[in-house]
Design a protein around this ligand. Structure first.
Ligand SMILES: [Zn+2]
Length: 248
């Protein structure tokens, strides 16, 4: 018996939103493109075969009707592919997990108090496993990683420069900001601490110049209020502006 779901292979018309063109091959970067359908693949497979991870797709529509990635194409009916809404809410997410190579972005997120786990030696399987176990959104620039079946949640990070990458993550998720509450080295929480309790960790000049200190609950690293002030304030100001624009 043939699979009743299986149909005759056909050319399908796809209409990818321009926000998703960055994932497409050059000849498909247009409002209407065509793709060969084998008669069996689901809509989700068709979209990923174009190079678009489903993590980046907000909705699929066939003739104006919203459809699930598990459904199959209807030949003769164009498939509209829309990007994720911004800000994107991910119910149950506890924070982010960053791919190797995004260490600078991880530190910038931590400066803003955003939970950003990162290891510079994690492989793809570990990122997928840890992201699912810890309910973290995996941030990466690797499309193959985003297409892994076991991924719990993920997002493609736009931009080559850390400033652009940070702006993209803030624009996409508009997370709550809590500057200077998280250790930039290890992602641990900071707790206020008296100067005399950390005196042995400080140089005399630092002890004289600053009055407020905090210590990481995880790694013990000591921070003092006012250090690297200017660069920090620039990052915080820019971040607040992006989040406010998204959250209104
Ligand atoms: Zn720490």
């Amino acid at each position: 018996m043939p699979d009743p779901e299986r149909r005759t292979p056909a050319e399908l018309e796809v209409r990818p939103d321009p926000a998703l063109w960055t994932f497409l091959s050059r000849e498909r970067r247009r409002a209407r493109a065509s793709v060969r359908w084998d008669g069996d693949a689901t809509l989700g497979h068709v979209v990923q075969s174009l190079g678009i991870p489903l993590t980046e797709v907000g909705a699929l529509r066939l003739a104006g009707r919203e459809v699930s990635p598990q459904e199959r194409p209807v030949p003769g009916t164009a498939l509209a592919i829309l990007p994720v809404d911004r800000p994107q809410d991910v119910p149950g997410a506890t924070g982010f997990l960053l791919d190797v190579g995004l260490g600078t972005l991880a530190r910038r997120l931590r400066v803003l108090g955003i939970d950003a786990a990162y290891r510079n030696d994690a492989d793809d399987a570990e990122l997928v496993r840890d992201g699912a176990a810890q309910r973290r959104i995996v941030l990466t620039q690797d499309r193959g990683l985003l297409m892994r079946r076991a991924l719990w949640a993920g997002a493609h990070v736009r931009g080559d420069r850390p400033d652009d990458q940070l702006a993209d993550v803030l624009d996409r998720f508009a997370p709550p900001l809590a500057p200077s509450t998280r250790c930039t080295a290890c992602n641990g929480d900071l707790a206020p601490v008296a100067a005399e309790d950390v005196a042995d960790r400080l140089e005399a000049g630092t002890r004289r110049t600053y009055a407020e200190f905090a210590r990481c609950r995880s790694c013990g690293r000591v921070y003092w209020h006012g250090a690297h002030r200017e660069g920090l304030e620039r990052i915080v100001r820019a971040a607040r502006a992006v989040v406010a624009r998204r959250r209104g």
